[in-house]
Ligand binder design. Structure first.
Ligand code: G1P
Length: 271
């Protein structure tokens, strides 16, 4: 059973500057609700019991969002407002399941994952990238049910415009399991259009094996001078660890850019 999830939240958010010079992008409201709460709700609905937030000292505001009890208690005492009481209860529910770990240097997603090494208890865990919202169908839940059946790693996949492959991790397929799932032969981080093996892109939902920590310990920097989780996954595939690509049913929303962020609010307001 997958009971733990990790969420890398230490990213600098340069694509959303200047807002992110003072604020954490994951707390920006999407249709009136902090972006990270959508990710937490997806976890809860998928049966996750503990969520590890990887933050940085620059993004302590994220911890404060969940640890502002005194503020809520004072206001509730004064105002007894039903809405505020409801919101505080929700924050308390989240707080109970969140643990924090720090990644103070932005060395990449692989490095962020490595920071959780001593906190992961089971053989597999879930990772969600908070820039990637998937609405209408719980992608993590579907991936967990595939994992329960096949007992291996699973990653979300989506076909993208061929011209944009250098923005994503790109899969090459081994064999199709069924219409929605395939075994992954290889995965490359942000390839050029010329070298891309397909236009099946990695979207930010991963069920990873604990073994990945052994690889990450020695993982060198890759594209853009960052330590990529994709490069470590590639090594595991070469060591014959099975990874399944899952073409999810939900709708993908990219909240990491201003255009995508604005579009996300509009799309969610329609649901
Ligand atoms: C990360 C991953 C990439 C994946 C993408 C999905 O890239 O490294 O493989 O395709 O998320 O959003 P980033 O968005 O951090 O550049």
């Amino acid at each position: 059973m997958i009971k733990q999830a990790i969420i890398p939240l230490a990213g600098l958010g340069t694509r959303l500057l200047p807002l992110t010079s003072v604020f954490a992008k994951e707390l920006l409201p999407i249709n009136g609700k902090a972006g990270v709460e959508y990710i937490l709700d997806e976890c809860i609905d998928a049966g996750i019991k503990e969520v590890i937030f990887i933050i940085s000292s620059k993004k302590k505001i994220i911890k404060k969002y969940f640890y502002n009890d005194l503020f809520f208690k004072k206001i509730i005492k004064k105002k007894k407002d039903k809405r505020i009481i409801g919101e505080y209860k929700k924050i308390l529910k989240y707080k109970k399941m969140i643990k924090f770990v720090y990644q103070n240097k932005p060395l990449g997603t692989g490095d962020a994952v490595y920071k959780t090494k001593n906190m992961i208890k089971d053989n597999f865990f879930l990772m969600l990238l908070p820039d990637d919202l998937i609405i209408k169908k719980n992608c993590s839940k579907s991936m967990i049910s595939i994992h329960n059946k096949r007992k291996c790693s699973v990653m979300a996949s989506m076909k993208v415009d061929k011209k944009t492959v250098k923005r994503w991790g790109i899969y090459s397929k081994e064999t199709n399991l069924d219409k929605k799932n395939f075994y992954i032969k290889d995965v490359v981080e942000k390839p050029s259009i010329k070298s891309a093996p397909s236009n099946n892109a990695v979207i930010g939902r991963y069920i990873l094996p604990r073994k990945i920590f052994d690889i990450l310990k020695y993982q060198k920097k890759g594209k853009g001078g960052e330590i990529h989780i994709t490069d470590a996954i590639r090594k595991l595939i070469n060591l014959n660890y099975k990874f399944i690509g899952h073409s999810f049913d939900g709708k993908y929303l990219d909240c990491g850019t201003m255009h995508g962020y604005i579009k996300s609010s509009l799309e969610i307001s329609k649901v």
